[in-house]
Design a binder for this molecule. Structure first.
Ligand code: 1GP
Length: 240
């Protein structure tokens, strides 16, 4: 199985993908059976695991518990090198290309090399672009970078394209977890025009309507975390 090849073939068939983001710090493991049961019955195609502050064992334990309960690919979306679990299927190897902080452009990635070496994780180079959403988010605080303005479509599109030309295999447009406003649809559409690699969009998407709008604007894969954490009926809403 190659997580990336599956994303590519879904894109080629215009089949839209949905990842649920589980933050190991916020997740109540007592609910894991029911929760994964709901995931397995839904249109969710990927499970992303990651957060900003999680400790090393917490991610590992969550991944080990999830594995026997689902056939869906488990993809690490790490906020830090401490969140690398060898038992996941793949890792988004992120570089925060909207920011100018060397720590998140290359230093953390260098630190990750010796941790990744003994694993069989599929490493997917991902250009990560933070978009201003109306309030300061955790990613912004942790990475000490300035997001790109929500109307600055050209800069975001050029940043995404530069990522592609540098060899990134995915572009992730991020409004930030719990964002007040998701990435604007116009921006998704603008970025999409000239981008050949798959486009991920996440942050602040809380309804089926917003999900469909993001797909229609050009997102190939949408990531939703907070709506699943805060709204028990969100699985039901997705089916409507
Ligand atoms: C955050 O894009 C993801 O990194 C998901 O955001 O929690 O707002 O859905 P939400």
């Amino acid at each position: 199985m190659s997580v990336y090849n599956d994303i590519l073939s879904a894109k080629a068939q215009n089949k839209k993908l949905l990842a649920i983001l589980i933050d190991p710090d916020k997740f109540d493991v007592k609910t894991i059976s029911q929760f994964t049961n709901n995931i397995n019955k839904s249109l969710i195609s990927h499970i992303f695991v990651g957060g900003s502050t999680v400790k090393v064992e917490v991610t590992q334990q969550l991944v080990l518990r999830l594995k026997p309960l689902t056939k869906l690919p488990i993809v690490l979306f790490p906020g830090d090198v401490t969140q690398i679990s060898k038992d996941a299927d793949a890792i988004l190897f992120l570089s925060l290309i909207s920011g100018r902080n060397p720590k998140y452009l290359i230093e953390k990635q260098i630190e990750a090399v010796s941790i990744l070496k003994p694993t069989n994780l599929e490493v997917i180079p991902t250009g990560y672009i933070l978009i201003e959403n109306g309030k300061e988010t955790t990613v912004q605080k942790v990475t000490k970078t300035t997001p790109i303005g929500s109307k600055n479509n050209q800069l975001v599109a050029d940043t995404a394209k530069a990522g592609e030309l540098l060899g990134k295999k995915l572009i992730y447009l991020e409004a930030g977890s719990g964002a007040q406003n998701p990435v604007p649809l116009k921006m998704i559409n603008f970025v999409k025009q000239d981008l050949k690699i798959p486009l991920i969009v996440g942050g602040g998407i809380r309804s089926k309507k917003q999900l469909v709008e993001a797909y229609n604007a050009g997102a190939d894969l949408v990531v939703i975390g907070t709506a699943f954490e805060q709204n028990k009926d969100f699985f039901k809403e997705l089916k409507l």
